[in-house]
Design a protein around this ligand. Sequence first.
Ligand SMILES: NC(=O)c1ccc[n+]([C@@H]2O[C@H](COP(=O)([O-])OP(=O)(O)OC[C@H]3O[C@@H](n4cnc5c(N)ncnc54)[C@H](OP(=O)(O)O)[C@@H]3O)[C@@H](O)[C@H]2O)c1
Length: 322
Amino acid sequence: MNAQERRAAHATTGSPAGPAPRPQMMRAVRTRRAGSAAHLELTELPVPAPAPDEVLVAVHATSVTRGDVVLRRMPGLVVRAFGETPKRVLGHEFAGRVVAVGDQAVGFAPGARVMGATSGTAHGAHAEFVRVAADGLLVEIPDHVAFAEAAPVPVGAMTALHFLDAGGVGHGTRVLVNGASGSVGTFAVQIARARGARVTGVSSARNATLVRELGAEEVLDHATVDVREAGARFDVVFDTVGTLRGRSAGALLAPGGRVVTTRSRRDETLPELMEVRDLLATGALRAVVDSTYDLAGIRDAHAVVETGRKRGNVLVRVRGDR
Ligand SMILES: NC(=O)c1ccc[n+]([C@@H]2O[C@H](COP(=O)([O-])OP(=O)(O)OC[C@H]3O[C@@H](n4cnc5c(N)ncnc54)[C@H](OP(=O)(O)O)[C@@H]3O)[C@@H](O)[C@H]2O)c1
């Protein structure tokens, strides 16, 4: 079954009541110019109209990711040089309810509960509404999963999945996850464990219990242990932090082992998002939430992400959970 067929198989008709009347204006966080979080402002913008191949989603929850911070700081010219659309409204991932569907958009009906990501659009999810291509990074979320549980999942979990696949992590693989308590790391530990891999996590002592609960059989405290001396015993070293390069990482590898890092650029894909949703549905995956803000607290949310020490994900609630 290809991605489109899988999507069709999962699509439901949503609420028979149809969409509620929409306001003309919405609250959104706009980036006035590149630089510090002080340039973020909560303002009123027109509610976007979905293009024929798009759906409009009422955002219930979103997050602030490392990528949001990078884009916030990056001047528009540089963003374009990377082939990205400059984002006036940040917010990469979201969960919410479909409230309008373009004429040619298939697979989603008003009322559907969805999660997804907004790659390559000027308007992200730090707003009350976001428009998304119906054949883009959008899937329905399981009924028993709340919006706040789904919203912080897509980016970190798709990233973890992609790089674990790149490393060939499967049953019995001995994998070291550096940065095991961050967003990508917490998802990587869980996905590797779900595949039957044997996981060693690297985090600070304050997060060791969490990393164990997520599935690591061993946790190394980077403040007190020189991780580079942990021994040449891993089939895969997954470095989400950037402290295990070259020889440092090589010294940890068993014969034939591989190093994967989150530094490589890549495109997120719908099959990845579907796999992540399926893991969420079975309970094999959950999002760890460091702290929660509303749109008015977005600058504080960015400040937490900028510490480089967040525990899992920073959630932003936009509406209630149902
Ligand atoms: N290529 C892609 O598609 C893609 C997508 C998403 C993210 N990324 C990149 O992936 C990286 C990770 O993102 P993220 O959101 O997971 O980061 P994050 O959540 O901000 O990571 C924070 C974690 O890093 C840990 N950490 C800090 N210093 C450490 C050290 N010396 N050794 C081990 N752990 C350390 C901290 O753990 P303690 O507090 O416990 O020390 C903290 O929990 C970022 O560079 C991001 O830009 C790439």
